[in-house]
Design a protein around this ligand. Sequence first.
Ligand code: ADP
Length: 496
Amino acid sequence: MAILALDQGTTSSRALIFDNDGNIVCQRSKSITQYYPSLGFVEHDPLEILDTELLCAAECVKEYGEKIDAVGITNQRETVIAWDKDTGTPIYNAIVWQCRRSAGICEELISGGHEDYIHKTTGLGVDAYFSGTKMKWILDNVPKAQELANEGRLLFGTVDCWLIWNLTKNHYTDVTNASRTMLFDIQKLKWDKKICDILKLPMSSLPQVKDNCFDFGEIRKGERIPDCLVGLRICASVGDQQGAMFGQQCTNIGDVKNTYGTGCFTLMNIGEKIRLANKLVTTIAWRIKGKTVYAAEGSVFNAGSSIQWLRDELKMINTAKECDIYAERVPDSGGVVFVSAFTGLGAPYWDMYARGALLGATRGTKREHICRAVLEGIAFQVADLVNTIKTEFDCDISRLMVDGGACVSDIMMQFQADILRCAVDRPRCVESTALGAAYLAGLQAGIWTPDEISKKRVSEKVFEASMLERKAEELYKRWKRAVGAVSYFSNCELNK
Ligand code: ADP
């Protein structure tokens, strides 16, 4: 028994094969190019997304050499691709979730008085982060888009949809990805005509929305499709954060996870009823066998990406791991606080114009302090998210399930436990996103029951608070001041 998970992330395309026990038997990863065409803009090449993902999948399938029973897809969410239905050719680069280019469109929506309706219908706040205004930007700025729309040939999709379309020619997405577009009614589970009309988006360009466990189709022969993948069945699709939440088996109300990837995403299971929050978004966690579960979510737009920034732009480290190594050489950040607001601040601040800052540097500040401040800055932002959930939902959180590429950092996990004063629980398999997609595909293919899946999670390490509570409180207060300074700075005409 084996399940292939395709995990198309922001920085890399990955493929993993899981066995019957949920163990990884082989995996491949290829990084994808990040394009920054102008300030605050982020793009990917849709064909690079597709080809790297297919290459990883084909290499895994060949190495494994045995039968694959089902395929599950999980993906970076909100990122938008537009293509020609007849030729399959993308008409523009993928506009990545981090991209801020549609901030002006969001401002118009807000000044037009649409914020309240959008929040109540979609569970989301109006922000350039979500897909809808990115689609609108393409329609307004890419001449080919309107031309194709007039001929009924324009297709929009998030990355799941782009992959599924290329693999099966079905224009499908799933409820979790749809719930991130700012166009989807999360109660009625359909595209909202009013919002599409406000944005002048043709609804015929949007995909059909399916449950997470669904027969999305069989992989068909095609020019770009490796032969070894043809005939495999796609049994599940899920946005990466919801995938991680399912992979961590946060299936009870109140279960919380945070994924430390390019960004950080904290999600709490809020059950089968929608509950709206002011500073967090409400989103679909999954829909299985006709039953919808919702989640409250907060996100940090730049987390692991700040470690990459140290490596690629500042050239202060050679590898992400070195950030940990340097950070461990000093007892604290030496008063340095780093706010990684490269593309604005997400929950609970929602400041589209904020930009990053390094505060508190002295003549004695060393690379070690900066590395530490970067890791601490990530943990502080996650603490902001968890604290917001606690306040908005009036609940206590005693355990945070963690995963994602950057959760391997012991120093950051310990600091997280210290600041949050709760247990930080790292599972043996930190590839929760792919694991979640595999579990969902396994459910659909009849390989596992929900009960069997719930028994598979094993903790590798649980971090408990060890810093004095008073010290933790002081550090958190200083962090809040740093964020205040960043917001003050961004609130200046020149920065808009
Ligand atoms: P995504 O799915 O968003 O592409 P991943 O979950 O693969 O992201 O995580 C990648 C991130 O993890 C990178 O931003 C990288 O900086 C960070 N990372 C990788 N290894 C380490 C490490 N040893 N310590 C801290 N961070 C790390």
